[in-house]
Design a protein around this ligand. Sequence first.
Ligand code: NAP
Length: 266
Amino acid sequence: MNKVKVVVAGPRGRMGQEAVKMVEIAEEYELVAVIDHKHDGKMLSDLDGFANFAVPIFSDIAQCFQSTKPDVLIDLTTPETGMYHTTTALTYGVRPVVGTTGFTKENLHELEELCKEKELGCIIAPNFAVGAVLMMKFSQMAAKYFQDVEILELHHDQKLDAPSGTAVKTAEMIAEVRQTKEQGHPQEKETMTGARGANYDGMHIHSVRLPGLIAHQQVMFGSDGQTLTIRHDSFNRASFMSGVKLAVDTVMKLDTFVYGLENIME
Ligand code: NAP
C-alpha cells in the first residue's frame, strides 16, 4: 500500500499536536516532516513531548516540499501563515487540508482560482468536528421556519479571530434559506458599542472568550411563544481529528476546492 505522505504545519500548537498524533497512528499515512517557524533543522523528536516522532523540522515550506515531496499539507497555524502555506502547497502540487481559521472571502476566492488552475484538491474547514457540522446543518433546516436567530460562539481566550469561522459559516448557511431581516427593534440603539454583536444579513453574532473553554456554539431561534436552541460543544481537540482524517482521505481524490466539512460528509 502506498502511504499518503503528510506534512503538518504548526505541530507545537494545540491542534497541530493532535494532528501529528493522528497522522502517526493512521497506518495509511506517513508523517514525512513538520513546518515550524522555530527549530529549523532539528528533528521533531528533539522537542519536548514528541520523543517518538523522528521527522525533520523545516521553517522554509518550499524547501520542505522540495526535500520531502509530500501528498498533503495539514495546516493549523495562523491566518496569514496559513494563507501563505496553502498557496505554496498548491504551487508545489501538494494538496492542502486547512483547519486554520480567519481566511477572508478574497483569500478563499484566490485559493479556489489557484485550485482550478492547478487542477488540485484543497479542503478548508473552519470546523472539523462532525457534531459541529451537524449543528450547522440543523440550524440551516430550522432557519426555514424561524427567521429570527442569534448565534453565540464561545472559545478559549487564546483564539485570534472573532467571530469564529464556524459562526460565520453558520450565518452564511442560514442566509441561504432565511429571508433577509434586520432583527430587533427598528429603533434599537447600542448604549455600549458592540452590545448587539456583529451583524450578518440582519442576524447577530456574539463572541465569548474565556479560559477553560475549547470550542462551543449555540444557535438560538425565536418566534411567537417559542424558542429553539441548537448547541454543540468540543471538549478537547481530538474531537476535530476524525474530520481532519476524512478530509485527508477525500482531498487525495479531489481536483477542486472545497470549503466546509459538510460538503464532503455523506
Ligand atoms: P495554537 O495553539 O496557537 O497553534 C498555532 C501554531 O502555529 C503555534 O504552534 C505557532 O507557533 C504556529 N505558527 C505560527 N506561525 C507559524 C509559522 N510561520 N510557521 C509554522 N508554524 C507557525 O492554535 P490552535 O488552537 O492549535 O489553532 C490553530 C488554528 O486552527 C487556528 O487558526 C484556530 O482557529 C484553528 N482551529 C481550527 C479548528 C477546526 O476544526 N478547523 C479547530 C480548532 C482550532 P508559535 O507558538 O511559536 O507562535
